[in-house]
Design a protein around this ligand. Structure first.
Ligand code: PNS
Length: 161
């Protein structure tokens, strides 16, 4: 195991089974993963940053090695403030690659000590995204197979199912 802390940044609006899988796999490689929620006020947000953090913390409560933080500004600066050199991102399909490669290269151009590590999504999760959950949950779709139970419950409460 690499004796380094990794950060897993994202919007997490909301946490999905795809994110959970990446975090669990990080824990097999790193002693600690900081799930880092971008604090970016957006009209399209379903959950506030505090709500997203609380859902992540609730799902992983009692799991050693997972912590939750929020950040604003540059990811590389946040990584340095966390004493983390490894940024983990999940890749679902080739269509993710362009954007992810650009982000990794920009981040490296800003700070060459930061490495981005990509984890390929499991096939079963490769079609899951927060945006699709955000799109179908308000329409009454059952999303229990796409998100962890705490998020499913929060969505049910939000949309009064
Ligand atoms: O879950 P997302 O929305 O795909 O995550 C994107 C995220 C938060 C990783 C990215 O937008 C980010 O790092 N934003 C912070 C600003 C920054 O440092 N950008 C540089 C990379 S282009």
């Amino acid at each position: 195991m690499l004796r380094q802390r990794a950060i897993f940044p994202g919007s997490f609006d909301p946490l999905t089974n795809g994110h959970v899988d990446v975090i669990e796999r990080c824990l097999t490689m790193f002693p600690e993963v900081v799930v880092s929620v971008l604090s970016n006020p957006s009209k399209d947000a379903l959950f506030s940053v505090d709500e997203r953090m609380a859902l992540i913390a609730k799902h992983f409560s009692g799991v050693e090695g997972v912590s939750v933080a929020s950040f604003s500004g540059l990811l590389v600066e946040f990584a340095l403030s966390q004493k983390a050199r490894i940024v983990v991102r999940g890749l679902r399909a080739i269509s993710d690659f362009d954007y992810e490669a650009q982000m990794a290269l920009i981040n490296r151009s800003l700070d060459s000590s930061i490495e981005t590590l990509f984890l390929m999504a499991r096939e079963a999760n490769s079609y899951i995204s927060s945006s699709v959950v955000k799109q179908i949950a308000p329409l009454g779709a059952d999303v229990g197979h796409l998100v962890p139970p705490v998020v499913d419950q929060a969505l049910r409460e939000r949309f009064q199912k």
